[in-house]
Design a protein around this ligand. Structure first.
Ligand SMILES: NC(=O)c1ccc[n+]([C@@H]2O[C@H](COP(=O)([O-])OP(=O)(O)OC[C@H]3O[C@@H](n4cnc5c(N)ncnc54)[C@H](OP(=O)(O)O)[C@@H]3O)[C@@H](O)[C@H]2O)c1
Length: 408
């Protein structure tokens, strides 16, 4: 007699849920071959279809693809408390209510899996939880938002302005009609909160992750950066620092040769650094219904195969916000002698040292653009404020962080 099928309750049948339902049908025989149990849909919940209680009753496992926090949180908690393993792709839910959900999963002794919530198809959650489960991770960082990576790649390649490239990204389906959380860094911040929690075994929530977006990036920043051999990415960084951990999202210049520099278009890439592994880089598509559904199905297979990650909290690490970085600084200056000397004096008074500098343009086009060596961010900001007050500076200074490390 063949074993009972595994009945899956599907919450949400939009872009990802629809693709998941189709994939489940196509790959049912393969799932059965891998796990010994054939999956079938027990019911589907949307705004116009299904009743949650009935679907839960009929399900052995629940897949949440509604998105947002409510009612997703309520349904996921109810499913876990009823002893059903849950798979979700919902970064907002995990970044805001992860601890509550992990605790419910632990108490009920069931699995909660969420590979598709971070970095699209890249199996970074599984890699950190399982392959590097007992590795002392120093740093997890990367490009975790495909929309912004597409926009920055296009701006660099074409010289077009941010608003024009955003409109093109919307036409091509790489940006949503309301791109707010993508372009302001909030989407990446949610993913970094999840990755930091996994890497450092300490609670991290979305509101603890400072984030900056790409709305203020100007085409001439990218043009000048080319002269320094730099390319611009929106980076999420989670790293150990002496006093705790730092988790942030910000636009950042990388030198050519850096493993993330060639990652272009709507792709994601994540690097993990640890003494025991040196560094590992993985890249792949950042989103898409079919791609995300495939990561969700992978989680279903892991649950059926009985592989169980543990979401334990090993420490309560403080979050540090003032960290060191190298910076690109763009100044629109008066076309007169002595400007460079004045700017250099302010930087030097604040113990900020210059790595490279270019001076371009005449009259209203005069610019002073430089890269400074790594220094504490608070110190650099003080220097920039002072520079902004110099009589020869014609508009507010612009700056962008730089990863100074040069790979060969
Ligand atoms: N799209 C991607 O490429 C991608 C990539 C990675 C992760 N994700 C994540 O995957 C999840 C789903 O995203 P999606 O793009 O598939 O969303 P979507 O296309 O907007 O679909 C959402 C689905 O949830 C249903 N729904 C919404 N509110 C509901 C409610 N109150 N009660 C019951 N059902 C409700 C909708 O019902 P109706 O059909 O009735 O509207 C729809 O079927 C999100 O957490 C998202 O962050 C998406």
């Amino acid at each position: 007699m063949s074993p009972d099928p595994v009945r899956i309750g599907l919450l949400g049948r939009g872009t990802v849920g629809g693709a998941f339902a189709a994939l489940l049908g196509e790959r049912a025989a393969a799932v059965e071959a891998a796990t010994g149990r054939r999956p079938e849909l027990a019911g589907v919940l949307t705004r116009g279809e299904g009743e949650f209680g009935e679907i839960l009753e009929r399900s052995d496992l629940v897949v949440e693809l509604i998105g947002g926090t409510e009612p997703a949180r309520e349904h996921v908690l109810a499913a876990l408390r009823a002893g059903r393993p849950v798979v979700t792709a919902n970064k907002q839910l995990l970044a805001q209510h992860g601890e509550e959900l992990f605790a419910a999963a632990r108490e009920a002794g069931v699995q909660l899996r969420f590979e598709a919530a971070v970095a699209g198809v890249i199996p970074i959650v599984r890699t950190i939880q399982e392959s590097f489960g007992v590795t002392e991770i120093e740093k997890v960082f990367g490009i975790v938002n495909g929309t912004t990576n597409f926009i920055l790649s296009e701006m660099a390649a074409t010289g077009a302005a941010y608003a024009d490239v955003l409109a093109r990204a919307q036409q091509l389906g790489y940006a949503e009609a309301d791109p707010g959380d993508d372009v302001n860094g909030a989407d990446a911040a949610a993913k970094m909160a999840i990755l930091a929690r996994l890497a450092f075994h300490t609670p991290v929530t979305l509101d603890q992750v400072p984030h900056e977006g790409i709305e203020g990036v100007k085409p001439d920043d990218l043009a000048y950066a080319k002269e320094f051999g730099l390319s611009l990415k929106l980076l999420g960084v989670a790293e150990r620092r002496e006093a705790g951990i730092s988790v942030r999202v910000f636009p950042c210049f990388l030198y050519g040769g850096h493993p993330l520099a060639p990652v272009e278009g709507p792709f994601n890439a994540v690097m993990v650094e640890a003494p025991a592994i040196t560094e590992v880089t993985m890249s792949g598509p950042g989103a898409g219904g079919v791609e995300t559904a495939s990561a969700v199905l992978g989680d279903v297979v892991s649950i059926l195969a009985g592989e169980a990650p543990v979401h334990e909290t090993r420490a309560e690490l403080p979050l540090v916000t003032d960290v060191s970085s190298s910076f690109y600084l763009h100044l629109e200056v008066a076309d007169e002698p002595g400007v460079l000397a004045d700017v250099a004096r302010v930087l030097s008074d604040n113990e900020v040292s210059v790595k490279s500098v270019v001076q371009r343009g005449i009259g209203d086009e005069a610019r002073l653009v430089m890269v400074v060596h790594e220094c504490l961010e608070s110190r650099f900001r003080e220097a920039v404020e002072e520079i902004g007050g110099l009589g020869e500076i014609r508009s507010a200074p612009r700056f962008i962080r730089v990863i100074e490390e040069e790979f060969v």
